[in-house]
Design a protein around this ligand. Sequence first.
Ligand code: TK8
Length: 338
Amino acid sequence: MITFRRTLLAALSAAAFAIPFQAAAQDIKPRIIRFGYGLNEVSNQGRATKLFAQEVEKASGGKMKVRAIGAAALGSDVQMQQALIGGAQEMMVGSTATLVGITKEMAIWDTPFLFNNAKEADAVLDGPVGQKVMDKLQEKGLVGLVYWENGFRNLTNSKRPVAKLEDMNGIKLRVMQNNVFLESFKTLGANAVPLPFSELFTALETHTVDGQENPYNTIVSSKFYEVQKYLTVTNHVYSPWIVLVSKKYWDTLSPAEQKVLRDAAKKSRDFERQDTREEANKALADLKAKGMQINELPAAEVGRMREKLAAVNAGIAAEVGEGLWQEVQGAVAQARGQ
Ligand code: TK8
């Protein structure tokens, strides 16, 4: 009896002690972070997400757990962005280009031929102006952590090899849901159709569209080679991906928890860029082996493409503001000079 009373007392006092520390008690339960992405698990995006999840779990001693959900199972980029803003989903990675409807400054990264190589992209995106553009998301309910590499985009289609700009005439080309891309490809003579990435494979398979443009890695991992015969090396624009957190969720985290996410995001970025570049180096050979017919756009035609696409620059500058446009141009010039 005495033992029982003692145990009861101990239990009661433990409970009483626990009440003021409810927050701490809750922390024992792992925080589950739903992290959505659009590509397959077996892709550069999937691999880096997995690494991010491992880093978060390790650094938090298992108190934070990332549930990675790929293949757009949580929705397209745009749908996931809305879920993050509303607080129904915690994290995602997707294209900056699909964020322009929320934060217009993101359109700066859609500038055709902005970067000549990945080194320039890294310097500008990871530098002060990249951070500034990322920070604009906060007032819209999103916290940007890091930019990953999607990569330089190239053109594929099922109609014909594109060896000169005129070959693009009338090709029904899927573009991202973004005005710069829409205008760019209209300017080049294609019949540009905005579609979410999650609908793209089926649209190509059913010939709802004839072509699309994405980096080599995505053409491989999304198996576009099964439904696209021709690939033209254009490198017309560098696409970043961006790792996002719901601001509603972010604000519930302690500074230590926020640091776990920031540090893991940086590690995932470094891993992802290296992995993407290694894969991209092999991708053309892979795609050839899968039966794609590949041609480089001749330099003279690239020149014509640059000239034509310069027409969209004024629109981008107006959209993001002349100040930001100049700042990015300056950062690129600096990166180029280094
Ligand atoms: C994945 C997309 C994709 C992008 C596209 O969700 O839509 O073409 O390149 O990476 O963000």
